[in-house]
Design a protein around this ligand. Structure first.
Ligand code: SF4
Length: 514
């Protein structure tokens, strides 16, 4: 008889609740969990095709090694022995900093993967751990830390006005798109600022800026808010510093001047600034690629954070609010050397007490090609495809030619995998137990955690990513740092210092709000 397993979707940060129907170790149906606080039974098209993904004939089925330019099947034992031996040789020749690890997810969707990678590089003694977030979402986190000393999250479901700024929830946060339409029908005001006219633009005021001019528009909005004395005086007096300097700085950014820069009519900028400043519970929802990945992304996010501040929309319902985080056991091991960018971009590397979990990936390709500050000759990539996603693909490909040991871990063959010496098959999130939900709560302002359950045994010869690093660590002689034998032991360890004990999650398969 079919069993229904309550788990969550690990394909993106939303972590939607899933009901996975399993019979004889085979998934026969996947539905959105109706009682889940976020997706309430719905799934996006990716979620709806999860079974095609899991049972795809294109899954990597066994470890492979490139011999004379072609991949050949090998055993896990051979793969682990040879990779460990090569790592030892390279470490001996170039030092432990010769190893570089890359991952596609820093751990929001797949916490164990990121944690084990960071532990592995620590055990090996390398400072090099990099990922996509370093050239993307980090700008937003940093801008908020610089402005607030912490990183508040948006709470649009309680807002009276939402500005979708380069953010198209229909494409990436489908539940927000649904929620915004419902809230607009109830009277919430909506502004869309986007070079591309998205469907939600039909439901509110639409500004169409030239790409990359968002920061200028934010400064012009501040100009209007300050000139017309619409700022929240009590909040500014009590909680901010430097308002006089800000007033001087934004004088140059009149709506008329910014119309020339952005192409947005001055009258529209004034209108939106007034509406935003005079509505309680206003919330800017920033996009990711559209605003994070601009050359002035950090300053754009700072400007938006300042807009939220001078209008008093911080820690109020519907604004940007501080939410509890669930601390998991920190698996990192200390490394003396610093990663790329620690000297060049010290604020990126460390703002506040803790350094960023990764170095500055924008320096990665040149460091490998020029062998400066030293040769980086071993590259292990898990769950990422930098040959496609990293800026300047040709330069990245050139960098990979300089690598002497290239290992790729993924459920599928990728463009980055094609460049590798060894390809190791990872199982999907439906084939391992792990941390589910959204304990970092940056996405929907709701800290929610659950056990991500193993629904079926790993297909073919695939393995969990944590297991691969655990085994490789043991082969290299780091047994004391890698004692785990099962998924459950790993998750129990991660929750061992948490306010929510592991057993509570076992007893509550549908998860818990913090
Ligand atoms: S939105 Fe993300 S978490 Fe939800 S079903 Fe789609 S891919 Fe999965």
């Amino acid at each position: 008889m079919a069993q229904i397993i309550k788990t969550d979707c690990g394909l993106c940060v939303n972590c939607c609740g899933l009901d996975v129907h399993v019979e004889d170790d085979r998934i026969i149906k996947i539905e959105g969990t109706k009682e889940h606080w976020l997706n309430a039974g719905s799934m996006c098209p990716k979620g709806e095709h999860l079974m095609d993904w899991v049972y795809s004939p294109n899954r990597l089925k066994y470890p492979m090694k490139k011999v004379n330019g072609r991949f050949q099947r090998i055993s896990w034992d051979q793969a682990m022995d040879e990779i460990a031996a090569r790592l030892n040789v390279l470490k001996e020749k170039y030092g432990s900093h010769t190893l570089m690890l890359w991952t596609g997810s820093v751990g929001v969707e797949h916490i164990e993967m990121s944690y084990f990678m960071q532990r592995f590089r620590g055990a090996f003694g390398s400072p090099h751990f990099y990922n996509a977030e370093g050239i993307c979402f980090r700008t937003r986190i940093l801008a908020r830390q610089m402005t607030f000393g912490r990183c508040p999250a948006e709470e649009p479901r309680n807002s009276n006005l939402v500005i979708l700024w380069g953010n198209n929830p229909d494409a990436s946060y489908f539940m927000n798109g649904k929620m915004i339409r419902e809230r607009v029908a109830q009277g919430m005001k909506l502004v869309v600022i986007d070079p591309r006219r998205i469907p939600l633009a039909d439901h509110g005021i639409y500004l169409q800026p030239r790409p990359g001019t968002d920061c200028a528009i934010a400064l012009a909005m501040m100009n209007v808010i300050i000139t017309e004395e619409l700022w929240d005086k009590e909040f500014v007096d009590k909680w901010t510093s430097g308002f006089d300097k800000l007033t001087e700085h934004v004088k140059a950014y009149t709506p008329e001047q910014v119309e020339i820069i952005s192409g947005v009519p001055a009258a529209d900028i004034k209108n939106v600034a007034r509406l935003y400043a005079t509505t309680d519970g206003s919330c800017i929802l920033e996009g990711v690629c559209s605003t994070n990945q601009q050359i002035n992304g950090l300053q754009t996010h700072r400007a938006n954070a300042i807009l939220q501040s001078i209008t008093g929309n911080v820690d109020v319902p519907g604004g940007w609010v501080t939410t509890p985080m669930l601390p998991l056991t920190d698996m990192r091991l200390p490394v003396e050397e610093k990663p790329l960018g620690a000297e060049e971009f010290p604020v990126f590397y460390q703002f506040g007490k803790r350094p960023a979990p990764y170095g500055s990936s924008s320096l990665l390709t040149e460091a490998i090609i020029k062998e400066k500050p030293y040769p980086i000759k071993a590259f292990i990539n898990a769950g990422g495809n930098p040959a496609v996603t990293f800026p300047d693909t040709k330069r990245f490909m050139e960098a990979m030619k300089n690598i002497e040991l290239n290992v790729c871990i993924d459920p599928f063959m990728t463009e980055t995998g094609e460049l590798a010496d060894y390809v190791l098959p990872a199982c999907t999130f439906l084939e391992e137990t792990g941390v589910g939900g959204f304990p970092y709560c940056l996405s929907h302002c709701t800290p929610y955690v659950m056990l991500r359950k193993k629904c079926i045994e790993p297909l073919h010869e695939s393995k969990a990513v944590w297991w691969i690093y655990n085994e490789l660590g043991r082969k290299l002689g780091y047994e004391e740092y890698f004692p785990w034998k099962t998924d459950e032991e790993v998750v129990e360890y991660l929750f061992s210092k948490s306010v929510i004990p592991y057993q509570k999650l076992v007893d509550n398969p549908e998860g818990r709000l913090l």
